[in-house]
Design a protein around this ligand. Structure first.
Ligand SMILES: Nc1ncnc2c1ncn2[C@@H]1O[C@H](COP(=O)(O)OP(=O)(O)OP(=O)(O)O)[C@@H](O)[C@H]1O
Ligand SMILES: [Mg+2]
Length: 303
């Protein structure tokens, strides 16, 4: 049984305008894995998470969390999940300690267990020293960490986090990454969204890319990378004519990324650049390259 499964999930928002946010989304998240949802702004990631966390009704389709139907058994689903919403706001008069401790208590832990869980979670996200300050007095990233700590202390079987690390500094981000990996190692399932490709590449077991309400890629990082035929990227600084003879060119201001299938051609380009006194760098294709390829919107293609 999967931790999360959706079949033909459709969501149409009917406000002043009709928006088809999900157009038939099928996603399977296995138990005990960290699954990342990627997608451009407006792709439907938050809509998907809100539906499977029982906060929003789908227009059509089915979704299950640990086998429980989100439509017909929402209470069973809620008992087993902890959610960090994208636009989570803290109540100003609560402290991070209260967030983490009460969240754990509400999930049915004993006081002693809740204390332990809260302490561990607050230390994990690095705000133990701030635990007794009211959220009103915390910075944006500190507030966010308080909310993540609350979710971590819950001991829920499935964690759903909508852009948990946006607005966090690099150190805090890594703390959250390792906390999430720890949850997975304990057998929990983590489903998150992010715009950071490095994050997705670093921590996911599997991922899906959603674009305009449809899943356009799903698999582990290397499977998704294989959806694009080029293996290498060469970044060239400065003017180089006929770059497109080497591969697919993406122009970014005064520099270009050339996507190339073969290592030999990549090295040839590298030598040609150095021969002209231009700075150039070679590496393998990143998840970000693949993402941009798949969702389109590459500027200066073919120049
Ligand atoms: N309450 C709403 N009413 C009408 N349209 C909505 C509503 N919420 C979202 N939408 C639209 O549905 C689409 C999907 O939105 P959603 O928030 O799921 O995207 P997202 O992938 O989470 O984007 P982001 O990366 O910016 O958070 C967008 O076109 C958005 O404008
Ligand atoms: Mg969103």
């Amino acid at each position: 049984m999967e931790a999360v499964r959706s079949a033909g999930l459709i969501k149409v928002y009917r406000g002043k305008e009709v928006v088809e946010a999900l157009k038939g989304v099928n996603i399977s998240v296995r138990k005990g894995e960290l699954f990342t949802l990627l997608g451009p702004n407006g792709a439907g990631k938050t809509t998907f998470l809100r539906i499977i966390s029982t906060q929003l009704l789908p227009t059509k389709g089915e979704a299950y969390v640990l086998g429980y139907d989100v439509l017909n058994e929402p209470k069973e689903v809620r008992k087993r999940i902890a959610v960090v919403p994208q636009d989570a706001v803290t109540y100003g008069m609560y402290t991070p300690w209260e967030y983490a401790y009460y969240f754990a208590l509400l999930r049915g832990m004993s006081k002693a267990d809740a204390k332990d869980a809260a302490e561990r979670a607050l230390k994990t996200v690095g705000i133990w020293e701030l635990k007794n300050r009211t959220c009103l007095t915390l910075s944006g990233g500190e507030k966010k960490r308080a909310i993540i700590a609350a979710a971590l202390s819950s001991d829920a079987e499935v964690l759903m986090l909508d852009e948990p690390t946006s607005g966090l500094d690099a150190v805090a981000r890594r703390r959250v990454w390792s906390a999430l990996r720890e949850m997975v190692n304990k057998g929990k399932t983590v489903l998150l969204t992010t715009h950071m490709m490095e994050e997705a590449e670093m921590i996911s077991d599997r991922l899906a890319i959603i674009n305009k309400g449809l899943v356009i890629a799903e698999g582990d990082v290397s499977e998704v990378k294989r959806l694009v035929k080029e293996r290498y990227r060469v970044v060239v600084w400065g003017q180089f004519n006929k770059l497109s003879e080497y591969g697919n060119v993406t122009r970014i201001g005064d520099r270009c990324i050339v996507y190339i299938d073969s290592e030999d051609v990549s090295l040839e380009l590298l030598r040609a650049c150095l021969g002209r006194g231009l700075k150039a760098e070679i590496s393998t294709v990143t998840l970000e390259d693949v993402f941009v390829r798949l969702v389109g919107g590459i500027e200066g293609e073919g120049s």
